[in-house]
Design a protein around this ligand. Structure first.
Ligand code: ME8
Length: 676
């Protein structure tokens, strides 16, 4: 049971008193998609995680509503810019609660308060002598809302949008960004995790070192663009949209004198790599010029790709997050996003990957654990929490593993390694399933060893509470439901918003949290396995199909040696007739009026699940078998038993004293895998 995971992460995660997290404020030129949902779900999970650490948290998101791009999109929609931005900003605001996102504040750059604070900031930088008026010519990409130098273009095209930028020559205001670049390079070198993961830190350093960065053009003449914030020192100009947008992170808090600014700044930013430059270069130099403390970390993630191509509005290959959440369940969708993307790298999105992850981690591991333990507790203790007795060596090892798993989870998650953090938590989930198998509560029950049985079940329940608590940041609804099943309900008002009672760092050594004797749930079925849709199966089958010739050769080897027929001995050809396959139990139930029979629905990788009856009812609780893998004789002639068709046989091993164990592969394999 000892954790395979190292015990290197002994120290607990450093807790400060406040935690402020932001997402990019999204452009309102099109509807929100999976990419926006990912960043915002990560921010929500981080906010919840830090709440669980006992910190006072603030979570800001919003919409970026000025600039050429918006004006063009509004024109195309036949609306005024204001009508247009109100509509799409409303869609973002309506989406977030549906994805379990509980932000504290939603900022719009068209808010009057934001505008006033941007003007105050501009005035401050202007008064410091860091803004000058000059003439400038450059290649302007409307998609990026920025000028490119000749050097930065690729074959004359914008490297992001692959479109030809407009060459614009005009008089404008400039921010003396280049003055601060040597200081910025020094700051990034001295603070290795200021921009993280490391590859993005290196990218920003090489941008600075390349010498291609110049002063930043921060205005647009009103003759060309009116939709923006007027410069406080020249009413003929509006502010460049990026200069305006970046300031949202402090204007929202009421910079320079707001209470929230005093309480929460400096904060943590979360962005994808597309906007590394404005956040890694423009923003810190702007802050430095105005004498405002820098953010704590810039946390940069990669792209969700669809078939190796970046998903984006302009490419028209977007995934609608709400459809995924509705179809697969919100928490499963959130879990998948955090588990399948290594933060910092790109990841491919596909429904097949989502289903595979769902079945492996949620149905087989987590769902199965809750289902089997709660139903055993119902059977053995009438659903009452049994007392914890004396601990055996196995129990102590499990406790140690659980403490390590939680510590690793906290450490990794807090350092934005979400996928690894969840995997560390699953070390415990998997160990608990193994502990059930190795302790065999059904045998203890048969032997009448109630004290030991109680300790085993109680330890499982206590560990399950810890798992549920740690899951709350990523799967808030599931965590609430699981805690409720364990008799630890959250007040309705706290289900999504406020963290459950407890603090993950204060969990060390807490081993008797449930109330002995209290009645808890008798069943749990939160994650029934998902079927892989036919079209995905067909695709897989086609890949797996062996050439007909090869198959025939295997079925009847031409050169097979002739064997003598001996009574009681299966000839090679007899054995070859058997088709043995691995199956996954989808359903299991008793057969009315048949004490010994269980009826199963088993996934053998075929279009329909197989119905198989087995005389093992005296040895197993059917609910505890759902999700388990078994070895099946798949080509047994179907026969009717008690009016039900049984098409196959489940293989078991019987010990000399009559105990049955199901035969199964050591690790999970694809249903239908051939046994040979
Ligand atoms: O850039 N994969 O807004 P935006 C992962 N308004 N994340 C993705 C993604 C993908 N395929 N596509 C988009 C802007 N994102 C500016 C920001 S902040 C002061 C101003 C996410 O609507 C990711 O967070 O283009 C990315 O950084 C952001 O959406 C860009 O959103």
């Amino acid at each position: 049971l000892r954790s395979a995971y190292t015990e290197h992460h002994e120290r607990s995660f450093p807790v400060s008193s406040t935690f402020y997290i932001t997402t990019p404020i999204y452009y309102v030129n099109a509807r929100p998609h999976l990419g926006h949902a990912y960043t915002t779900i990560v921010a929500d999970s981080l906010r919840r995680f830090h709440t669980l650490l006992g910190e006072d948290t603030w979570f800001l998101t919003g919409t970026d509503e000025h600039g050429d791009k918006i004006v063009k999109a509004a024109e195309a929609a036949g609306q005024t810019p204001q009508e247009f931005v109100d509509g799409i900003s409303g869609q973002f605001q309506a989406l977030w609660p549906k994805l379990g996102i509980k932000h504290d504040q939603f900022i719009r750059t068209t808010d009057a308060d934001h505008k006033a604070r941007v003007q105050a900031f501009l005035q401050k930088v202007y008064d410091n002598g860091d803004i000058y008026f000059g003439e400038h010519g450059g290649h302007y990409c409307t998609g990026c809302e920025r000028f490119y130098t000749e050097k930065e273009l690729e074959n004359g095209l914008c490297p992001q949008h692959l479109t030809k930028p407009d060459f614009i020559q005009e008089k404008n205001y400039f921010f003396r960004m280049s003055k601060y670049l040597p200081w910025l390079a020094g700051h990034i070198r001295e603070n290795p995790d200021f921009i993280r993961p490391e590859r993005y830190r290196n990218e920003v350093l090489s941008m600075i070192e390349s010498g291609a960065l110049e002063d930043l053009c921060i205005s647009r003449p009103k003759t060309r663009l009116e939709w923006g914030i007027e410069l406080p020192f020249d009413k003929d100009y509006v502010c460049y949209v990026w200069f305006d947008a970046l300031l949202n992170y402090i204007s929202a808090l009421g910079w320079p004198d707001g209470d929230k600014y005093a309480a929460y700044w400096p904060g943590e930013h979360l962005v994808a790599k597309d906007i590394l430059k404005p956040h890694g270069v423009f923003w810190p130099t702007m802050l430095k010029s105005a004498g405002v403390p820098l953010y704590k970390h810039l946390n940069v993630h990669g792209y969700w790709l669809i078939k190796d191509t970046k998903m984006s509005k302009s490419l028209g290959n977007v995934v609608e997050p709400i459809k995924m959440a509705e179809h697969y369940g919100l928490d499963a969708f959130r879990y998948f996003l955090l588990r399948d993307m290594q933060f910092g790298s790109d990841a491919s999105f596909s429904e097949e990957a989502l289903i595979t992850r769902f079945n492996a981690d949620l149905a087989n591991d987590l769902g199965n654990l809750f289902s089997r333990v709660l139903s055993m507790n119902a059977k053995y203790f009438e659903s009452k929490v049994p007392p914890m007795g004396e601990l055996a060596e196995d129990d102590k090892a499990l406790i140690e593993l659980a403490e390590n798993s939680r510590r690793n989870y906290v450490q990794l998650f807090g350092n934005i390694r979400f996928s690894q953090g969840l995997d560390a938590l699953w070390d415990l989930v998997r160990a608990l399933n193994k502990y059930v198998d190795s302790q065999a509560p059904w045998t203890l029950f048969k032997q009448g060893d109630t004290a030991r049985l109680g300790t085993v079940i109680r330890l499982l329940l206590e560990c399950m509470r810890k798992v549920a608590l740690c899951l709350w940041p990523v799967m808030p609804g599931t965590a609430a439901a699981l805690l409720e099943q364990l008799g630890q309900p959250l007040p309705a008002s706290e289900r999504f918003g406020v963290a459950p009672a407890g603090n993950v760092n204060a969990e060390e050594g807490v081993w008797e949290c449930l109330a002995t004797g209290s009645v808890i749930a008798s069943a749990s079925n939160l994650f029934p396995r998902l079927e892989i849709p036919e079209e995905m199966k067909e695709d897989k089958k086609a890949k797996q199909k062996k050439p007909a010739k090869e198959k025939e050769a295997k079925a009847a080897p031409a050169s097979a040696p002739a064997e003598m027929s001996v009574p009681g001995v299966a000839e090679y050809a007899d054995f070859q007739k058997l088709e043995l396959r691995v199956g996954t139990i989808l359903e299991a139930g008793r057969v009315p009026k048949a004490d010994k029979l269980l009826c199963f629905k088993i996934d053998l990788g075929e279009a329909e699940p197989r119905q198989i009856l087995s005389g093992i009812a005296e040895h197993f609780e059917p609910e505890t078998l759902v999700g388990r893998q078994v070895c099946v004789v798949a080509n047994l002639a179907p026969r009717k038993i008690r009016g039900l068709v049984s098409a196959g046989m489940i293989l078991t091993a019987e010990t000399p004293d009559g105990e049955l164990t199901l035969l199964a592969p050591v690790g999970d394999v694809a249903p239908g895998s051939k046994i040979s």
